[in-house]
Design a protein around this ligand. Structure first.
Ligand SMILES: [Zn+2]
Length: 104
């Protein structure tokens, strides 16, 4: 029976399209995520949804060496300083200004 195989192809294309659209919305390549999500349907789509694209990521500066790292990083990738979750994220200037005002 080839029915199961046919369903799988349809499924793979659907997941591929979904993954591609998600990837593109996040500023990455449609075709890259189309291929990934088509090759490994469920996992690929989840990866596209969960993937953190660098250009959307909030950042902050390491207090130890001054390197700009991702907001969610627990360790500085340059000097290894343990990073607590910061009060101020670099990407959102307006927001940090508001927080500084309310803090005192
Ligand atoms: Zn550092």
């Amino acid at each position: 029976m080839s029915t199961a195989g046919g369903y799988y192809v349809v499924l793979a294309v659907c997941f591929g399209l979904a993954g591609g659209i998600v990837g593109r919305l996040k500023g990455s390549s449609f075709w890259l995520w189309f291929l990934i999500s088509g090759a490994v349907p469920v996992v690929g789509l989840l990866a596209a949804v969960a993937y953190r694209f660098d250009n959307r990521e909030l950042r902050r500066q390491c207090p130890g060496c001054g390197k700009v790292v991702k907001l969610h990083d627990a360790l500085c990738t340059r000097c290894g300083t343990e990073l607590e979750f910061p009060d101020v994220a670099i990407a959102s200037e307006a927001d940090s200004r508001r927080r500084r005002l309310s803090a005192g």
